[in-house]
Design a protein around this ligand. Structure first.
Ligand SMILES: Cc1cc2nc3c(=O)[nH]c(=O)nc-3n(C[C@H](O)[C@H](O)[C@H](O)COP(=O)(O)O)c2cc1C
Length: 400
């Protein structure tokens, strides 16, 4: 990557114009929690570890103070003590979860297989690296200090990956922080934030993972306002795919929440605009391709009806529809998504994307093209307000 040899006490100048961006993006997108492909037999020298720490120390720190400390565990006896503690804290549970999920097609099967492998072998890694910070999160009143360590710890993982090493971000052992402190003699005013098993990886090629696209998790200018493909140069317009996202966490399992969101009339009780829906002729229930007719009312537009088509459907997980016949010509696209959180809780997510086809907005924009940005912004606001009311009501109903 063209990084000069490291002695970070001598300031070095690095021009990003000389950067091979593809290599950097490659490291950023493939630094994974590696467990099954850790090479326990290949030695990792201290110089390489210190190079990674030197790079990590370039991370920002609150108050520009040097408050991070790094524990590198090499002694097999100390590693074994930590391995035992890790096993008691969570490893045991990971191993029994792996055994329970073996042979099933549960979505956590492979992560549990990998987590259990680490839990059974953590004492065999060449080094365990524990990033620490002076300060306590709860009582230091200095969150700036505490929060100055995570970015550096991640830089350490990236620097390691760039050198053919692998890490796994683990925190399970922190539930036994007191015992960990005792084993490692960590003073009370210092907080360990993770334990990073470090080893060369078996093979250096790793895949990036499918994650939510940036446009789905990025809000512009205020919470919940999205743009599919926003061009910053021109005034905002409909072709840039404006939208809205509303989320809420609910103390109820996905099956309960699903009962509400798979009901095409659920929003009618809470939205000031949506009046209700009925199945189009030939359709009786939510399934891919089913159509329903919705009635809407707005103080400036009056009353109108739309026919929608279900375009995404997975029981207890996903329900999406296009206002119109398909996604390509839809006036708007709506989606409910249910994420299961630990402990049978749920995060419910409601998404609206306006366009790409014509909708009620189109005539308003056509008659006042100079007000397109304002019209879109007001529409996002109206939708967000109705979506929020609906989500809050679903939360109350599902939790009771
Ligand atoms: C805050 C945090 C704590 C974690 N703790 C553990 C842990 O104790 N043990 C473990 O095996 N993995 C742990 N992980 C790793 C995740 O399970 C891991 O990110 C997940 O397996 C996805 O893999 P990826 O990093 O390749 O995307 C942790 C991750 C984070 C962000």
């Amino acid at each position: 990557m063209g990084i000069p040899s490291l002695n970070q006490n001598i300031p070095q100048r690095y021009d990003v114009a000389d950067t091979d961006l593809a290599s950097i993006d490659g490291v950023l997108s493939t630094t994974r929690s590696v467990r099954l492909r850790l090479d326990f037999d290949r030695h990792v020298d201290n110089e390489t570890i210190l190079d990674c720490i030197d790079l990590a120390e370039q991370g920002p720190g609150g108050g520009n103070q040097s408050s991070r400390r790094w524990l590198v565990i090499r002694d097999p006896k100390v590693k074994t003590k930590l391995a035992e503690l890790y096993y008691q804290s969570a490893g045991q549970w990971m191993v029994s979860a792996r055994d329970k999920l073996a042979g099933t097609d549960h979505r956590n099967k492979s992560v549990m297989n990998s987590a259990a492998h680490l839990a059974e072998n953590i004492q065999n890694v060449p080094a365990l690296v524990i990033p620490c910070i002076w300060g306590r999160h709860d009582d230091s009143k200095k969150p700036g200090l505490f929060d100055s360590v995570l970015q550096s710890a991640w830089s350490f993982c990236l620097a390691a990956r760039a050198r053919g090493l692998a890490t796994a971000w683990t925190t399970a052992i922190l539930t036994a922080e007191d015992e960990m402190r005792e084993i490692l003699d960590i003073p009370m005013g210092v907080t360990p934030v993770a334990m990073l098993p470090l080893a060369y990886s078996k093979g250096t090629a790793f895949n990036s993972l499918p994650k939510r696209r940036a446009a789905e998790v990025t809000y512009y200018d205020s919470w919940g306002r999205t743009w599919e493909n926003r061009d910053d140069e021109s005034p905002r317009n409909l072709s840039e795919g404006p939208g809205a996202i509303c989320e809420i966490e609910i103390d109820a399992p996905p099956e309960i929440v699903w009962k509400f969101v798979s009901d095409i009339n659920i929003s009618a009780e809470h939205s000031e605009e949506f009046q209700g829906a009925e199945w189009a002729s030939g359709y009786t229930k939510p399934e891919l391709g089913a159509k329903f007719i919705g009635t809407n009312k707005h103080k400036h537009i009056g009353e109108w009806q739309t026919t929608s088509t279900i375009t995404e459907f997975e029981d207890n997980v996903l329900f999406g529809w296009a206002v119109g016949d398909n996604e390509e010509t839809a006036g708007a696209r709506w989606r409910w998504e249910i994420d299961e959180l630990h402990g049978k809780r749920t995060r419910l997510r409601h998404t609206l994307r306006l366009g790409p086809g014509a909708s009620g907005l189109t005539p308003a924009i056509e008659s006042m093209p100079d007000k397109e940005e304002l019209i879109i912004s007001r529409r996002q606001e109206e939708h967000l307000s109705n979506m929020r009311k609906c989500l809050s009501a679903i939360k109350v109903a599902a939790e009771s």
